[in-house]
Each structure stands twice: as structure tokens, then as C-alpha cells.
Design a protein around this ligand. Structure first.
Ligand code: GUN
Length: 283
């Protein structure tokens, strides 16, 4: 079997052009949707992600502002900046780029962002709403993964989903979203015994471990849908996923590439959340 590649760039292009039309309609009503991204320090990976977010915002006509503070910025100063944007209704989305420097409490920061402007979907109120299946801001990577699966017409109801990885940003919420789609979900992680016994049973396998080439062809059920969330840089400088792409391609029915798979869709879902957020502010 040779897997069909789920092209996150192509799907993003389609979704972004739909979003651009929505932005035009919002602008016609006198509102400019706007996103502020707050970065403390100058982590190169964060700066690269932020460039992607800026490019997507510009592509669809959403206003974008980067607030970049020095590494020495205090937690109190950061909380005050968030408070300012919570109260400034020219901005509809607030995103604090993670990770934060060690002296800043990430939980306090995430909880400070108004749930109404939490376009990352990280605030506990929005996570609770997601868990109870209410309409809310969904975390971008998990929401992008569900869109990618839907885009190829794969039914999720009753499927065995195995999520490898249990991060708050990807693993836990993607399992929840797939459960909301009526899949049977199993979480695996670094303490799981006999991991491949689980992955081999997965109709849909989500690899979100952050270890290069961790999932091999032999770990995959023939015909499975394989979603590779990993972004790992090899010593050669080349980017690669958590899945051995060339092996998975021979076993899976559908497979997402790295780069060009989940990454672009994550950014597109952020743009989606920002546009949806702006709509709340239309009178
Ligand atoms: N750092 C890595 N991924 C993300 C993300 O999705 N949102 C934020 N805020 N920071 C990140």
C-alpha cells in the first residue's frame, strides 16, 4: 500500500481563502479582526513559529502585532500587559508564546488571558468547555488534526484511536476531540508498557512524542491513518517527524508529512479562532 499524503499546505490554502472572505465581511461591518502575540525572550524556534502566524494573519487580512519583551521581563509585568489587552477591544485574540522563561509561572499567565480572547484554547474554562463538547476556542494543533482527518472523508465514529504523547497542548486535547467525534481513544506515553502492541491496533494513530523517527513502519496497522505531529530537527539541520515517513508510507492509508502537514494547519486554526473571536465583538 502507498499512503495518500494529507497535504496540510494545500488544505490550509483552501481554509485561508475561506477565512479571507469572512474577514472581508467582518471589515464591511466596520471591525478589523486583530491578534496580538506576546513573546518574552528571543527563542529562535518561537520566533520562527511567530513568523508563520504573522504571515497567515497577513494572508487573510487579520491585523497582527508582536509584543516582544526581554528575557528579564517579570511575571507581574507580563500579567499587566495581558490585562491591558484583555481590556483593549481593538484586539480580539491574545496569544502568549510558550515556553516562557523559567521565572514566569505559565499557569498564572494562561489563566490571566480572557477566555473570550484565548485563541490558543489553553484557558481552563475553554478546556472545560471542550471536554463537555460545548462550542469554544479549540486548541489549534488538535483542531487542525481533526480538520485534516475530515478533509479526506475518514469516518472517526467507532475507530480505534491511539494517541502517543500526553502534553496539555497536543496529546490530551487531541484525544478529547477525537472522543467527541465518537472514536475509542487510548493514550500512550513514556511509561506505557509494550507501546507497539497498542499502536498496531490503531485505525488512527497520532504521534505527538517529540522524538525523531520514533514510530516505525512495523508499529503501524496496515491501512491506518497516521498523523505525525513531531517537529524534530536532525543534526543535519533537516526537519523530521516522530514517524519514519518512508516506512509509514508503505503501510498507512493516509499520512501527514513533516514539514507541510500538521504545522501549517495549526497556524490556520489560529487564524480561524481569531476570526471567530472577532465576530463576538460585532454589535
Ligand atoms: N509553543 C509551541 N506551540 C505553541 C502554541 O500552540 N501556542 C503557544 N502559545 N505557544 C506555543
Amino acid at each position: 500500500m502507498t499512503a495518500t499524503i494529507i497535504d496540510g499546505k494545500e488544505l490550509s490554502k483552501t481554509k485561508r481563502s475561506e477565512l479571507a472572505k469572512e474577514v472581508e465581511q467582518i471589515k464591511a461591518k466596520g471591525l478589523l479582526p486583530k491578534l496580538v502575540v506576546i513573546l518574552v525572550g528571543d527563542n529562535p524556534a518561537s520566533l520562527s513559529y511567530i513568523r508563520g502566524k504573522q504571515k497567515a494573519s497577513e494572508e487573510i487580512g487579520v491585523g497582527f502585532k508582536l509584543e516582544n519583551f526581554p528575557e528579564s521581563f517579570t511575571e507581574k509585568e507580563l500579567l499587566d500587559v495581558i490585562e491591558h489587552y484583555n481590556n483593549n477591544d481593538e484586539y480580539h485574540g491574545i496569544l502568549v508564546q510558550l515556553p516562557l522563561p523559567a521565572h514566569i509561572n505559565e499557569t498564572a499567565v494562561v489563566e490571566k488571558i480572557s477566555p473570550l480572547k484565548d485563541v490558543d484554547g489553553f484557558h481552563p474554562i475553554n478546556i472545560g468547555r471542550m471536554m463537555t463538547g460545548q462550542e469554544t476556542f479549540l486548541p489549534c494543533t488538535p483542531a487542525g488534526i481533526v480538520e485534516m482527518i475530515k478533509s479526506v472523508g475518514v469516518e472517526m465514529t467507532g475507530k480505534n484511536v491511539v494517541v502517543v504523547g500526553r502534553s496539555n497542548i497536543v496529546g490530551k486535547p487531541v484525544g478529547q476531540l477525537l472522543l467527541n467525534e465518537h472514536a475509542t481513544v487510548t493514550y500512550c506515553h513514556s511509561k506505557t508498557k509494550d507501546l507497539s502492541a497498542f499502536t498496531k491496533e490503531a485505525d488512527i494513530l497520532v504521534a505527538a512524542v517529540g522524538r525523531a523517527n520514533f514510530i516505525k513502519g512495523e508499529d503501524i496497522k496496515p491501512g491506518a491513518v497516521v498523523i505525525d505531529v513531531g517537529v524534530n530537527r536532525l543534526e543535519t539541520g533537516k526537519l523530521c517527524g516522530d514517524v519514519v515517513f518512508d516506512e509509514a508510507k508503505e503501510v498507512a492509508s493516509y499520512l501527514t508529512p513533516v514539514p507541510g502537514g500538521v504545522g501549517p494547519m495549526t497556524i490556520t486554526m489560529l487564524a480561524h479562532n481569531t476570526v471567530q473571536s472577532a465576530k463576538q465583538f460585532l454589535s
